[in-house]
Unconditional design. Structure first.
Length: 170
C-alpha cells in the first residue's frame, strides 16, 4: 500500500511540475526612475479590462478650464489603471528599479491548467506630464522559460488608449 501511495504522490508532483512556467524579467527603464516601479504578472488582458472598467461617469462633470479637465483625465486614467493591481495576489507583484531583474515561477494545479497567454504590466507613471505604463504580452508553454524585458516598444500612453478606445465605446 505504501508503494502505491508513493507512486501516486510522484505522479501528482510530476503533473504539477509540468504545469508551470518560469519567467525571467529584466528592466531597463527609460527614462530612468529614482523610485521603484511596481510590476505584476497577470493572466487577463489588462488593456481590455482597463477599457471595460474605466469610470467614464467621473469625466461627465465639466471642470472650469481645459487644464483642469486634462489634469482630471490624467488622474482618472492613473487611478483606473492602478486599480488593476488591487485584487492581485502579493506574490504576483514586484517593485523593481530602473535596472533590475528577477526570476518568477508560476505553477498551476493538476485540474487548473495555466493560461497560455500572460502579461507583464507596470503601474502607471508620468513622462513629461503624460501617464504611461508597460504592457508586455507573453506566450507561455508549460515548462517553458520565458524572458521579458519591458522597453519603449511596449510602453503604452494611457491618454491614447482613452482617445482611441474608451471614447469610441461610449
Amino acid at each position: 500500500m505504501k508503494k502505491i501511495s508513493g507512486i501516486l504522490v510522484l505522479v501528482v508532483l510530476m503533473a504539477c511540475s509540468a504545469n508551470k512556467f518560469d519567467l525571467q524579467l529584466v528592466t531597463n527603464i527609460t527614462p530612468p526612475m529614482e523610485q521603484g516601479l511596481a510590476f505584476a504578472i497577470v493572466d487577463f488582458n489588462p488593456t481590455v479590462k482597463f477599457i471595460r472598467e474605466f469610470d467614464t461617469l467621473n469625466q461627465k462633470a465639466a471642470p472650469d478650464s481645459a487644464t483642469d479637465k486634462n489634469v482630471k483625465l490624467i488622474n482618472s486614467l492613473i487611478t483606473s489603471w492602478d486599480a488593476l493591481f488591487n485584487k492581485l495576489p502579493a506574490n504576483d507583484n514586484f517593485l523593481m528599479n530602473s535596472v533590475d531583474s528577477l526570476n518568477y515561477t508560476k505553477t498551476g494545479g493538476i485540474f487548473v491548467p495555466l493560461s497560455t497567454t500572460w502579461w507583464v504590466i507596470s503601474k502607471s507613471f508620468l513622462i513629461d506630464g503624460q501617464p504611461y505604463c508597460y504592457v508586455v504580452q507573453l506566450a507561455v508553454k508549460k515548462g517553458a522559460i520565458v524572458s521579458c524585458k519591458p522597453d519603449k516598444s511596449n510602453l503604452v500612453l494611457l491618454t491614447e488608449v482613452y482617445k482611441n478606445q474608451i471614447l469610441k465605446k461610449s
